[in-house]
Design a protein. Structure first.
Length: 379
């Protein structure tokens, strides 16, 4: 495999990121320090339900992660950041999270999640930073670790908006996606770990990883009423964007289902998902990821650990440009397939890919790319 050559840095600027595939200039890569525990409150259990439900002990709120696994994750994320820097990308990191941090509101208390999956709580729409509305209570203040960078971008001319912060009180999260799929999530929602707010009802919750950006077009996964409220917010605040409402192709994130590698070519989990994409994309060339021969690590020696990410997490790739893609080095079949299609692959190890809810795309917030307000979907 060939080594990508660093490109000269453009002049300092505010955020400028309209897509996920043109030349990447500046990116935030998350941090996993002190990620030694999951706080499995009801918001966490519902968010990760399809992955954690078969494994979650009844009534257990705190799920520990062995320090050795965390140390190896930190090593792999550091290797990822170094690989991007070697490609000529300016790499930013969040501030260091504290250990055993608790966050609370008048309605609930939860353990804070370190700022690892920075794709979730923000999305860059052109020259605007949008802070989204977290599903998980322990992530409500996570973006504070990115505020030094957001402040700098604002001073350089970026716009900066935030969706309304959700209260995440009891009864505010919608189970409609699971109800439609015939999945009973009653057990996940049981337990008095939050108080209600009279008259609140369902409120806006949404993650940046529910979006696929394509210049003037943005695909938006809407799986329930929480997401619908966010979709309406995006419509009202970004009237120049052409938003495409996807009809709940997943319970939340879609970056392990579809990744646009360049206009006209996408990485797609299976042909089943074509029907949910905009009509203009259904005729695009699609690369379907092959089965992986590399098994997940054997965690028996560590006792109980729980997978939070999809078993398809290794298709959660990050494009450096339209011909260069970062892929988990433990997925040789996808590396080979992409190389056969003419891509330069940057292999980066991610050993514990199912334990922390994200892959290389999830770990990043691409704040500066070369692309602009292009129309990629007009026939």
């Amino acid at each position: 495999m060939t080594t990508p050559q660093p490109q000269p840095d453009p002049p300092a600027q505010g955020v400028h990121s309209y897509d996920d595939f043109t030349r990447l200039r500046e990116v935030v890569v998350g941090r996993a320090d002190h990620y030694t525990e999951h706080d499995a409150d009801s918001s966490w259990r519902l968010f990760y339900y399809e992955n954690v439900a078969p494994h979650l002990p009844e009534g257990q709120r705190r799920l520990s992660v062995p320090q050795q696994i965390v140390d190896e994750l930190i090593e792999d994320v550091t290797g990822f950041a170094d690989a991007l820097a070697a490609c000529g990308v300016s790499v930013l990191r969040p501030s260091a999270p504290g250990k055993n941090v608790q966050v609370s509101s008048p309605w609930w208390s939860s353990g804070a999640t370190p700022p690892l999956n920075v794709r979730d709580n923000a999305v860059i729409l052109g020259t605007t930073i949008v802070e989204t509305a977290p599903h998980i209570r322990g992530r409500v203040f996570e973006n504070d670790h990115l505020k030094p960078h957001f402040n700098r971008y604002f001073e350089q001319g970026a716009n900066w908006l935030s969706m309304p912060r959700p209260a995440l009180a009891a009864g505010s999260l919608d189970t409609a996606y699971f109800d439609h799929e015939g999945i009973d999530v009653t057990a996940a929602m049981s337990g008095e770990d939050a108080l209600p707010i009279d008259g609140l009802g369902l409120e806006m919750v949404f993650d940046g990883a529910q979006c696929v950006r394509l210049g003037r077009d943005v695909l938006v996964n809407v799986a329930n009423h929480n997401h619908l409220l966010a979709y309406r917010w995006l419509q009202r605040n970004f009237p120049d964007l052409r938003l495409h409402r996807l009809p709940g192709i997943a319970d939340n994130h879609i970056d392990s289902i579809v990744s646009v590698l360049r206009p006209g070519l996408m990485l797609l989990r299976s042909p089943h998902y074509l029907q949910f994409l905009p009509k203009a994309m259904r005729g695009w060339d699609a690369i379907y990821p092959p089965p992986s021969s590399v098994p997940e690590p054997d965690y028996d020696a560590f006792g109980f650990v729980i997978p939070t990410a999809s078993r398809y997490i290794d298709i959660n790739v990050l494009s450096v440009d339209e011909t260069t893609v970062v892929v988990n080095s433990l997925y040789p079949e996808l590396i080979s397939l992409l190389e056969q299609r003419g891509f330069t692959v940057v292999p980066v190890r991610h050993r514990h890919r199912r334990l922390f809810g994200g892959g290389h795309h999830c770990f990043t917030l691409d704040t500066v790319r070369d692309g602009s307000f292009e129309d990629y979907l007009t026939a």
